[in-house]
Design a protein around this ligand. Structure first.
Ligand SMILES: Cc1ncc(COP(=O)(O)O)c(C=O)c1O
Length: 920
């Protein structure tokens, strides 16, 4: 058997599960057509049907009856009948039509004993749209009884049910894990005690992973198998509702702390309707959107408004002869659902006590946080809120200089001192990666040796970075907590909110890692591990030793304080600017008042109702279908990567940089190369996600276009203006493609066809243009790909702004520098091309930047207020060929602070810090 065929037959071939399934059904359909035309043999069709078989057991549709009907038609050589049915099922699986149309569950000429026995009675009821899901039942019953059990569940359905479900039955722990992974429609699980451990089928990869990473799951101790399965399923898909049906003493089971993850424990023999109702109620608890539901009700009420916001209720719009088209374009509900009131059940975003509070609590549950706060001004505001709430003037914050500008501005506003750390450079693409852990630890150890560790409040990092570098969040936090046990972490996950719904990515989110650390700290072995390492390290380990050691924090001493911001609008179905702050902070109660002050400082007092509602709805969607949607986004990305890198013509001009190109080898200790490297399996990816210092988010694709003669900005423009394709950001020689939950395979097809057209036109131009054209093309490619300027590191703050800094550590008072520039007397301008600029670089006095200078691309500040400008920075600026440079006016030149005027001025932070009592 070929290895591909073997892969298809083993039940744990998880990579590309849904699209792999679509492909297999499409293959069967096309083979059926060939068989009908006389071009293929029956054997081939039979084999294709067999290959489908095992995996189909994890899905309710098409189910045993339709598969049996296909088999029968095959046996009877009914080529036309087989083709018709295979075609319909294949289409149904791709479109999902069967979820709403009862007819799709029947083979047209199949004589069913009693349709009511087989079909959901309310499926296809056109009066209401009832969302469809699948219930996984893990049962000790023999497989021959499963159709009967599924029929029993169908009989429980009632007209009043808000949702429709079908049941998928499996008989073992291994099959249950596979079904939960492979079938995104599964939303609830009923575990009947007494099921087997091993699958009836082959599952080599899964067994290997379970044996090495979850050995406890496989212990043969029968008694706990259900609890272990429940824990395993929750680890993969925390959103699943789990019901446990036992014939033991259920009261005792319910008292087991490990049973807290189970939604309800029931006595197996009791009324099955109870389970049915519980399952419906469980889905309803996720479906409910307190704020949005209420807003819809509000919109239906006849309300006269005597306050601001004339467009509320729409009368100013629909009655106007001049702006009526606005009303027609947006529809009446937008206006009926707008209000500046916080009464009438609309709650207040600034002081939520009603349905916004409930919506936020549900978001916290969904995202694995203790608290969630909705923000309607983007993550730019979320970051500033967190910084203001947690750091005070003079505190030190270690942060990636390459982070989003909201962090830099947050520090300007709060007066905390940035200790900039550098990400590893990727000069060939004019971009940065992420900050190595060694650099972060060194920063902490340097501050410690300067006696300034008590001043360090926070580590602030971007996860994942714009270009897709994902931190090992758990390891970073553990090692930092080993040096400073109360360090606060701010993970800017503007791009990464969706990651919660991928079992691969979740452990690498701030919240996911915090949960893992919390769980670890409560284990018996945690203190032992710490003590063992402490003994090994001895009393006064050197900084070098600490840098080389994977440090274990003291589980008794750590204060786990983790904040995560996400631009819900960037990766989920929230309206633009919808963002969230997620919190897991054991000391939150001590800063809650400050946190609310920060909200009052930054939030608008007129938050948009639709935005708040969309955050509520985005949460609902992710809790009910996020797993499948994220899997789809990853599959789309893998498709794009595969198609571009393997296409004979496209790959001569374009390429998507693999994980090995984005993450240097030294940070991939697992040896992982790329998602598409030959022989790579999902367990390799899992190991990489667990071990490696950095991983690549597969949905963020760096498409190199310099090799096709385009710089990033012009290529982005070309795609948008000529081909209606919009991409994310650009670098000198690349553009960033991002797949997300709304992408389809048609989008992939469009992108590929456009790239092909562009490649064909380059090919033609080079052929017809002769040697001159080819030379010019080669020169352009070389300029874009090879003549790339070195990226300038952060130099240092000028001494004027370091009066309260350590001797050897680089932190500085950015706020004083920022506001110094408000006085024109204290500023001067200098063109970067002037001889005076060169003279100052050589002979001084220092040139000190008065503001942030941020070129787009690459989009990071090459100068910050108070920073001394060096040769490196000026050379980079001179080589930059981008038009957009924020903070730099070409006509005037660089805005500099006159240090002669500033000399002798004490920094505001210095004063503030001097007056504040120091922590012991
Ligand atoms: C890393 C990062 N953080 C924060 C933001 C700001 O997010 P928002 O656009 O939601 O204000 C961005 C925006 O691109 C970003 O890239």
């Amino acid at each position: 058997m070929s290895s591909a065929a073997k892969d298809a037959r083993s039940i744990d071939h998880f990579f590309s599960a849904p699209s792999g399934r679509h492909d297999r059904w499409r293959d069967l359909h096309s083979l059926a057509r060939s068989w009908a035309n006389g071009d293929a043999k029956r054997n081939a069709v039979e084999q294709a049907l067999e290959d489908l078989g095992v995996l189909e057991e994890f899905h309710a549709f098409p189910g045993t009856d339709l598969i049996a009907a296909l088999r029968e038609r095959l046996r009877n050589e009914d080529k036309a009948g087989f083709l018709a049915l295979a075609k319909r099922i294949s289409l149904d699986i791709i479109t999902g039509n069967y979820k709403q149309d009862a007819g799709e569950w029947q083979a047209a000429d199949l004589a069913l004993p009693d349709p009511a026995d087989v079909l959901p009675p309310s499926l296809g009821d056109s009066r209401t749209h009832r969302p469809y899901f699948e219930l996984l039942a893990v049962t000790p019953a023999p497989a021959s009884r499963w159709p009967h059990i599924a029929a029993e569940f169908r009989r429980l359905r009632r007209q009043e049910d808000a949702f429709i479900y079908e049941t998928v039955l499996v008989g073992s722990l291994e099959d249950a894990v596979c079904a939960a992974v492979m079938n995104p429609d599964i939303a609830a699980v009923a575990i009947y005690e007494g099921f087997a451990l091993r699958s009836r089928h082959d599952a080599p990869v899964l067994r290997n992973v379970l044996a090495t990473q979850h050995p406890l799951l496989l212990e043969t101790d029968e008694a706990d198998l259900s609890l272990r399965l429940a824990a395993g399923l929750k680890a993969i898909r925390p959103e699943l509702d789990i019901y446990l049906l036992s014939d033991r003493r259920v009261e005792k089971l319910a008292g087991d702390p490990r049973a807290a993850i189970i939604r309800r424990i029931m006595y197996q023999i009791e009324e099955p309707l109870e389970l049915h109702l519980s399952v419906q109620e469980g889905i309803k608890a996720r479906f409910e959107t307190p704020f949005f539901d209420n807003l819809k009700l509000y919109a239906q009420r006849p309300i006269a408004t005597f306050h601001a916001l004339p467009i509320a209720r729409g009368k100013s719009v629909f009655r106007s002869p001049w702006i009526r088209d606005m009303g027609q374009f947006y529809g009446i509900n937008l206006f009926l659902a707008e209000s500046s009131a916080t009464t009438g059940g609309l709650d207040s975003l600034l002081e939520p006590t009603g349905n916004i509070k409930r919506a936020q609590d549900m978001a916290a549950r969904a995202f694995g946080a203790e608290h969630a706060f909705f923000v309607t001004n983007g993550t730019s505001t979320s970051n500033k809120m967190v910084l203001q709430a947690l750091v005070a003037p003079g505190d030190i914050v270690i942060l990636d200089r390459n982070c989003h500008k909201s962090h830099h501005y947050g520090l300007v506003l709060s007066g905390a001192q940035p200790f900039y750390v550098e990400a590893f450079p990727m000069a060939e693409f004019s971009m940065y990666g992420a900050v190595p852990l060694r650099t972060i630890k060194k920063a902490l150890l340097d501050l410690k040796s300067e006696g300034r560790l008590d001043r360090v409040k926070m580590l602030d990092l971007t996860n994942c970075t714009f270009d897709g570098h994902i931190y090992n969040t758990r390891r970073v936090m553990e090692e930092c907590l080993a040096i400073k046990p109360d360090l606060i972490f701010l993970w800017d996950e503007a791009w990464f909110g969706f990651a919660r719904w991928s079992p691969f990515l979740r452990p690498r989110t701030g919240m996911g890692a915090a949960a893992d650390i919390e769980a670890w700290a409560q284990t018996q072995g945690a203190v032992e591990q710490f003590e063992k390492q402490r003994a090994e390290l001895g009393n006064a380990p050197s900084a070098d030793k600490l840098l080389q050691t994977r440090l274990i924090p003291d589980p008794r001493a750590i204060r786990l304080r983790v904040y995560q911001t996400n631009s819900t609008h960037k990766s989920m179905s929230a309206i633009r600017q919808g963002s969230m702050v997620l919190v897991r902070d054991v000391d939150f109660h001590t800063i809650e008042a400050q946190f609310h002050e920060a909200i009052f400082t930054h939030a608008s007092t007129s938050p948009n109702q639709q935005l708040i509602a969309s955050l509520d709805v985005a949460r609902r969607q992710m809790e009910l279908e996020g797993y499948g949607l994220v899997m789809n986004a990853i599959e789309v990305a893998l498709d794009i990567r595969r198609e571009i890198n393997s296409h004979p013509l496209i790959s001569t001009y374009f390429s998507i940089v693999g994980a090995d190109g984005m993450v240097p080898k030294e940070y991939r200790s697992s040896g992982f190369i790329d998602f598409l490297a030959p022989g790579t399996r999902w367990d390799d990816q899992l190991r990489s996600m667990r071990e490696d210092e950095f991983c690549l988010d597969p949905t963020r694709m760096t498409l190199v276009c310099g090799t096709a003669g385009f710089d990033g900005t012009s290529f982005k423009g070309l795609l948008a203006s000529e081909y209606n394709i919009q991409v994310n950001k650009t670098s000198r020689n690349s553009v960033l493609l991002q797949s997300n939950i709304n992408n389809t395979r048609s989008d992939v097809a469009l992108l590929i066809s456009v790239l092909l057209k562009i490649c064909q036109s380059i090919d033609t131009r080079l052929k017809h243009g002769g040697e001159a054209e080819q030379k010019a093309f080669a020169a352009r490619v070389k300029a874009l790909m090879k003549d790339v300027p070195d990226l300038p590191n952060f130099s240092h703050f000028h001494e004027t702004f370091r009066q309260d800094a350590g001797d050897k550590t680089p932190e500085g008072d950015i706020r004083t520098a920022f506001f110094a520039a408000y006085s024109e007397k204290q500023c001067e301008y200098l063109p970067i091309d002037s001889p005076e600029c060169d003279r100052r670089l050589k002979d001084g006095p220092d040139m000190v930047s008065a503001n942030f200078v941020i070129p787009y691309p690459p989009g990071f500040p090459i100068m910050v207020p108070g920073q001394v400008i060096t040769h490196e920075t000026i050379t980079f600026m001179r080589k930059l060929d981008v038009k957009e440079i924020h903070g730099y006016e070409k006509a005037k030149g660089l805005k500099l602070l006159r240090t002669d005027v500033l000399a002798g001025k004490k920094s505001a932070n210095h004063e503030a810090a001097r007056k504040r009592p120091r922590a012991a």
